[in-house]
Ligand binder design. Structure first.
Ligand SMILES: Cc1cc2nc3c(=O)[nH]c(=O)nc-3n(C[C@H](O)[C@H](O)[C@H](O)COP(=O)(O)O)c2cc1C
Length: 274
């Protein structure tokens, strides 16, 4: 399979009928286009040194003003993984994966750096500092994910780690201000329970040229609803289109499943959010 024909097939899997023509491509782009979340893992340990390579990839991501306002807690202990799984909507794959990474928005190290010099870092009290830490952590985690997938590993993010941030902080002995934003389960995907590339919205609705526009959006989303419906049926998730899923996911405060308390939880974790 040469790069271009591989990329064409991957674009087709990603966009269905709305696939753009393949542009310039290479192995990195192919690997990115082939991403799919893995939620079924083999009981197989990661190779020696893999964790450190994932963290090196993560630390190689850009970081706002080189602040590096994130940390990661690598959990491999089965009992701790199980307790975290319980806190994160009891998702079984967290127990199954040999490695669970908790990605932390962490301004505590910056504050300690200031304290060591006898200075209180006022700016860390502001919402902007929390956003910097959250963006840094997400970029780092995604680099680790891409690195893991390039090694033949599979990953799935775990936003449900925010269901109980205070208990998670206690389990991981996080300092303040620091909070686990999301987890990442990492392991060898079980080939007997494979995942399919999940279609995305057509580029026409996310890519705006020069200025934002919504012309043609309704029809493009309707077509995508059809794609996702077929994907869901193929993957035994029941027929549900994207629009209906999003409305169910965001339609009511109850759909936040308790996370409407996030501002208070973040404050309790030491982020003043001014
Ligand atoms: C921050 C974040 C949190 C997520 N949390 C969960 C989760 O708790 N459980 C889960 O099964 N998938 C979770 N996912 C995976 C998404 O559902 C998945 O990425 C999305 O449906 C697209 O599928 P794909 O990754 O296979 O392309 C999360 C993804 C992200 C980026």
């Amino acid at each position: 399979m040469d790069a271009v024909s591989g990329i064409s097939a991957l674009l087709r899997a990603r966009y269905g009928d709305a696939a753009p023509a393949a542009g310039p491509g290479n192995a990195v782009i192919e690997a990115l286009l082939a991403h799919r979340s893995a939620r079924a893992f083999l009981p197989r340990a990661l190779p020696t040194g893999a964790l450190e390579m994932l963290v090196a990839a993560a630390q190689s991501a850009s970081t706002s003003s080189n602040m590096q306002a994130w940390s990661v807690v690598a959990v491999q202990d089965a009992a701790r993984k199980s307790r975290l799984a319980t806190l994160a909507a009891n998702q079984e794959f967290i127990r199954e994966a040999p490695l669970f990474l908790a990605w932390i928005a962490d301004t505590s190290r910056l504050q300690r750096t200031g304290e060591a010099a006898g200075t209180r870092l006022e700016a860390t009290d502001y919402l902007e500092s929390f956003l910097v830490a959250a963006v840094d952590a997400a970029l780092a985690a995604q680099n680790a994910t891409v690195a893991a997938e390039s090694l033949g590993l599979g990953c799935v993010y775990v936003g449900a780690l925010r269901n109980h941030p205070l208990e998670v902080a206690e389990e991981l002995r996080l300092p303040s201000p620091a909070v686990a934003l999301f987890g990442l389960a990492v392991g060898y995907p079980d080939p007997a329970r494979p995942a399919e590339v999940k279609p995305r919205l057509p580029q026409s609705v996310v890519l705006h040229r020069e200025q934002y526009g919504t012309e043609g959006e309704r029809a493009a989303i309707a077509a995508y609803d059809g794609e996702l419906n077929r994907f869901s049926e193929r993957n035994a998730m029941g027929a549900t289109d994207w629009s209906r899923r999003m409305i169910a996911r965001l339609g009511t405060v109850a759909s936040l499943r308790g996370r409407d308390a996030m501002r208070e939880w973040l404050k309790a974790r030491g982020f003043a959010l001014r």
